[in-house]
Design a protein around this ligand. Sequence first.
Ligand code: NDP
Ligand code: HSE
Length: 452
Amino acid sequence: MAVPDGAVRVALLGCGVVGTEVARLLLTQGDDLAARVGARLELVGIAVRDASVPRDPVVDPALLTTDAEDLVTRADVVVEVMGGIEPARGLLLRAIASGAAVVTANKALLGADGPTLYAAADAAGVDVYFEAAVAGAIPLVRPVRESLAGDRVTRVLGIVNGTTNYVLDQMTTTGLDLDQAVKQAQELGYAEANPTADVEGYDAAAKAAILASLAFHTRVAVDDVHREGILAVTAEDVAWAQRTGHVIKLLAIAELARPAAADEGTAEGRGGEDAGRRGVVVRVHPALVPLDHPLAGVHGAFNAVFVEAESAGELMFYGRGAGGAPTASAVLGDVVTVARHRVTGGKGPVESSYAELPVHGVGEARTRYQVLLRVEDRPGVLAQVAQAFAARGVSIEAVRQGVAAAGDDGAQADILVVTHQARDAALSATVADIAGLPVVRSVMSVLRVEGA
Ligand code: NDP
Ligand code: HSE
């Protein structure tokens, strides 16, 4: 497509943590970017909510506008770094309808309704790029979407939220409490405008949905993702993790899984539409990671993701997962690519969802549990607990008992049980059974163990 006056017009939606850094790169690296694109990138406007707010000196106030609707029709490339579902979705659809390529860092939008954007862009023959939407600066979307397009991905596992990794890391290394650590993450520009999206796992779930969709050529929406945030992680959990040679990380895991019915040869398994057919399970939750696993060494707001593929084997991606400048790097990489397409022709990949694998619930995932129980300290108690695991077909890997101070009801002990791998449904049912045993005073902690 011809570039009208020799420059590619770029409109920026948002001038916050990320937008400011995108503007800085566009305005200060102009010559290099022009050489890489084959034409100059001209920043034609920056849409904000309030144009009277003082901005970084790099931003020319004359570029600011509150009329985003108009701005998106005056650009060849629209970069959306405002966040949220609306008006971002409407503006991007308007941009696409006007013939602009779009670049977005908005995982909340893509996780909730990416296919609407992809379909509109496909119909209009324009690009949608979104490297910054998953894991900040780390090139991950492109490797999964393009470099591994000839392989079969079997699993994606990693840390994709910088804020929660920062918080858990601070809780582990400095003893800071959750609220203090979240405040620090906000000050450092890692957290979302509303940090609930981070600590309750919505941000990671949206990223997991995006990665799963790309990896398994199947539409996975954020609502398909099993999600547990970090609000229930206590200082005691952190201490127990350290005692048992682990750290707690918020993990996003997307993997192929066969439904139990297929394994067990039940009527559903034999006759159901998905009989014997592998599906996808996508989950986000805190997990214990052994200290010798590479993910245990991922500190601060860094992210790290393992991708396993049949031919490639295991790949690891590591880097800054949040923050203005790192995220702007990923955004600019996309801007250069789509602008180059404007200048020299060509177009990036469209949505690939042909596989249409079934998306199963977390119950079909295979994992291990570490369960901490406070129990009556008398003969036969351990046997009852062990029997509860056996009754659900869950094999125990290790048991450790510690003395607990006597309670009002007499002597008590703490028992830590680590299981072998089993279906999540069987593990969670076992925990419910155990909680109902009269000899069990409380289930103090239940955490999955991954990466062992
Ligand atoms: P900020 O809250 O810092 O900035 C948002 C910007 O968008 C502000 O300039 C705001 O205007 C503008 N904006 C918001 N709503 C509107 C609206 N309705 N109309 C016009 N302008 C609007 O967010 P971030 O920069 O942190 O994040 C932006 C996007 O990037 C989000 O999708 C986020 O998930 C994603 N992202 C963020 C990362 C990070 O580390 N921060 C990392 C990776 C992705 P005003 O300034 O006037 O309020
Ligand atoms: N709030 C997000 C995080 C920003 O902490 O990872 C990057 O997507």
